[in-house]
Design a protein around this ligand. Structure first.
Ligand SMILES: NC(=O)c1ccc[n+]([C@@H]2O[C@H](COP(=O)([O-])OP(=O)(O)OC[C@H]3O[C@@H](n4cnc5c(N)ncnc54)[C@H](O)[C@@H]3O)[C@@H](O)[C@H]2O)c1
Length: 373
């Protein structure tokens, strides 16, 4: 099978991270398809120049339409600021290319719905980014939750926590301004990461009560002045979801100001008989709760048990670059019909569902009431 020829639009932090994932494709043992980056687009010359280190790249351009016109590109990974998602994602699918979109899949619910509807209409293969569920610990909690051996379900917590914004001298950038990040703020930034597993498990919130916080309203603009930082910094969503036939609390936490959390992704499911917990803070550990004569939380040291097998030794530790590669492997495999039972990327329907929750959260915060979905 011909390798997937990937174009990248937006060669910033994530564009380069994806390039690194592709460059290590030889580590993957059972994807069934290769992958190479053939074309790159970014407005910034420096960002394009970085890609000279990849011999497979034959086209670099500042105009994404030029990349989309290339017959050397099958699918495109787009990692640009959120206000550009709708236009560029639609351009990608209308040019006949498949799309690996970055979250939040459009700046708001209306944009997400338009992108999803158009991709269905045109029959394109479209998926959205969310890599943490590919971690071995996350996969184990997911499998545990799917088996439904909780006893009576108690509650679910899904969280993604950052802390660098605690520093008031951190300059503002497009992620901290509504016009470029979106009115949903931190939910657009971190929300897909907390919604992916609950939605995949069928635990879509039925109603949501949101507590949203803006903490620092101004930040250095990086040019000697200050600029408004008007996005929501922290969001805690108290939702009700049906789990194993019972409505229980589902707590969704997305925070840019969480003391001490550099990039903590947490997923926890508990019931009266059993529970499971994983956090990237302790990335090897799977915690399993058991209620017997005595109650215990058992800690299991996990190795490199990824959905897609790799050459990496089974006892070694996985990290962010590994899961981004796993996510791309899932995209490539599913597009080629080779995913099988393995875990797949966020679908357009799931991305739209996450936006429905974020839109309800804005509404809830405005009215200080729980909002039905
Ligand atoms: N999955 C993850 O873990 C994760 C992490 C960080 C960011 N993201 C998402 O990735 C996307 C990009 O974030 P980032 O951190 O890489 O941002 P970034 O600011 O580092 O990079 C964005 C790049 O887009 C380029 N760009 C802007 N307008 C463009 C245009 N019209 N055409 C081509 N290029 C253009 C910029 O020059 C810049 O290089 C966002 O959607 C963000 O939410 C995902």
């Amino acid at each position: 099978m011909r390798p997937l020829r990937l174009g990248i639009i937006g060669a910033g932090l994530m564009g380069r991270e994806m390039a690194s994932a592709v460059s290590r494709w030889c580590a993957l043992e059972d994807v069934g398809i290769g992958c190479e980056i053939t074309a790159v687009c970014d407005l910034a010359p420096g960002a394009r120049a970085w890609f000279r280190r990849l011999p497979s790249v034959s086209l670099t351009t500042a105009d994404h339409r030029e990349l989309l016109a290339s017959d050397q590109v099958d699918a495109v990974y787009v990692a640009v600021p959120h206000q550009l998602h709708e236009k560029i994602y639609l351009d990608v699918i209308e040019a006949g290319k498949d799309l690996l979109a970055e979250k939040p899949f459009g700046i708001d619910l209306a944009a997400a719905r338009k992108i999803a509807a158009r991709s269905k209409e045109l029959g394109r293969f479209v998926r959205c980014s969310s890599e943490f569920p590919f971690l071995p610990g996350a996969q184990r909690v997911f499998q545990f939750a799917r088996e439904g051996k909780l006893g009576r379900p108690l509650e679910v917590r899904s969280a993604f926590l950052h802390s660098s914004d605690l520093d008031p001298s951190k300059p503002v950038n497009w992620k901290r301004q509504n016009v470029t990040c979106g009115e949903i703020g931190v939910m657009g930034d971190l929300g897909m990461h907390v919604m992916h597993l609950p939605l995949r498990l069928g635990w879509k919130p039925k109603r949501v009560y949101a507590q949203l916080q803006k903490v620092y309203r101004e930040r250095p603009d990086g040019k000697g002045g200050t600029a408004a930082a008007d996005t929501w910094d922290n969001a805690v969503l108290h939702a009700d979801a049906e789990v194993l036939g019972e409505e229980i609390p589902l707590r969704l936490e997305m925070k840019r100001l969480s003391p001490g959390d550099t990039n903590s992704w947490i997923f926890e499911v508990t019931g009266t008989d059993a529970g499971a917990r994983f956090s990237t803070k302790d990335p090897k550990a799977l915690w399993l709760f058991r209620r017997g004569k005595e109650q215990s939380w058992e800690r299991i040291d996990l190795g490199f048990a990824m959905p897609f097998k790799t050459v990496t030794g089974g006892i070694f530790e996985p990290g962010f670059p590994d899961i981004l590669q796993q996510m791309l492997a899932a995209f490539a495999a599913e597009r080629a019909g080779l995913l099988g039972e393995r875990f797949g990327c966020v679908t357009p329907d799931e991305a739209v569902a996450s936006h429905e929750v974020f839109a309800a959260a804005l509404d809830s915060h405005r009215t200080r009431k729980a909002v039905e979905l």
